[in-house]
Ligand binder design. Structure first.
Ligand code: UT7
Length: 319
């Protein structure tokens, strides 16, 4: 028997305000037809006053702990994956920790943009398997609406805000995270980035993307890293019950499924309702599919994501 990190609870949080494509088209030169056809997105949630990456993360974490039946005070590790922290420092994870009423645990943020949840999951998995941590909360949370250029129709229609969380618990057995695979290639920095930061411009900056080039890399990298993670676990695409992918574009999901020979109805798709919530998108989609009963205990699930950096990764888990 091996010590593994099992997913014992999931949770998510969305801002109160839902914005449809038609609503966006009133202020941006775009249309519902273009957005649906090119991306599959129909709506997104946008944070309002008082809603931040930290508040959404804490709400998602609280729901995940409730679902797991675990007290916040038993948590030994909190990782928040985000590219939109509440402040440059302290880490948003420490705000979540305080909000959950935990006096002492390890808490830090991970910055790998859309792949952030996969990176954070992998770090938590390693810390659990190494023996030092028994219970971890891994959260992806973003308020991308605050770093969008609302005059750039090529990016502002694509993103939304939200958070998703998982509670990981050290357990002996067959269930849990079976493998992870992570990559980065900084040569592609300029294809997807934010044009500011504390150490360069001294400002927060806005999202810039060369969409069609990112698209091409995404399909190739995602199919490859999924194959790699399955290989590491000694499994094949035929063993997969559910793919919980990063929700950037419906066409990327379909193309990745085709490349791996996976049926599109094995893909959990939430991009239509949430748009691209960056690091939040995988745990948010996972929570949706767990709560609506599609993902059942014992199912084999794979996660994948790719984003700015480039960074990309995948994980295989027996739920
Ligand atoms: O999460 C990180 C990973 N991110 C991604 O994976 C995003 C990957 N990229 C994509 O999803 C797609 O490339 C986009 C959805 C961003 C764009 O789709 P596309 O089919 O690659 O379109 P395009 O960028 O080649 O633009 C096609 C046309 C252009 O017009 P012209 O030059 O052909 O006249 C754009 O100006 O569509 C125009 N366009 C728009 N039209 C209406 C771009 N944005 C819009 C818009 N509404 N919002």
């Amino acid at each position: 028997m091996s010590r593994r990190a099992t997913i014992s609870g999931t949770g998510s949080a969305l801002p109160a305000r839902r914005v449809t494509n038609d609503e966006l088209a009133q202020t941006v030169d775009t249309s519902d037809e273009w957005i649906v056809e090119r991306t599959g997105i129909r709506a997104r949630y946008i944070a309002g006053e008082g809603e931040t990456t930290g508040t959404l993360a804490a709400e998602a974490a609280r729901k995940a702990l409730d679902a797991a039946g675990i007290a916040a005070t038993d948590v030994g590790l909190i990782i928040v994956a985000t590219a939109t922290p509440d402040q440059t420092f302290p880490a948003t994870a420490t705000r979540v920790q305080a909000s959950l009423g935990i006096d002492d645990c390890i808490a830090f943020d991970v910055a790998a943009v859309c792949s952030g949840f996969l990176y954070a999951l992998s770090v938590a998995d390693s810390m659990i398997r190494a023996g030092g941590i028994d219970i971890a909360v891994v959260i992806g949370s973003e308020t991308f609406s605050r770093i969008l250029d609302w005059e750039d129709r090529a990016t502002c229609v694509l993103f939304g805000d939200g958070a998703g969380a998982v509670v990981l618990k050290a357990e002996e057995g067959e269930r849990g995270i079976l493998s992870t695979a992570l990559h980065a290639d900084g040569r592609h920095n300029q294809l997807l980035y934010v044009d500011g930061g504390p150490s360069t411009t001294g400002t927060v900056g806005k999202v810039r993307m060369r969409g069609s080039e990112v698209f091409r890399h995404a399909v190739v990298n995602l199919a490859a890293v999924l194959g790699e993670a399955l290989d590491k676990a000694g499994l094949t695409p035929a063993d997969v019950d559910w793919v919980v992918p990063h929700q950037a574009n419906r066409r990327i999901l379909d193309a990745t499924a085709r490349k791996l020979g996976l049926s599109p109805d094995r893909m959990i798709v939430t991009v239509d309702q949430h748009a691209n919530t960056s690091a939040a998108s995988v745990p948010l989609a996972l929570d949706v599919a767990v709560r609506d009963g599609r993902i059942q205990r014992g199912d084999l699930i794979v996660f994948e994501a790719m984003g700015g950096g480039f960074t990309w990764g995948a994980a295989v888990a027996r739920y």
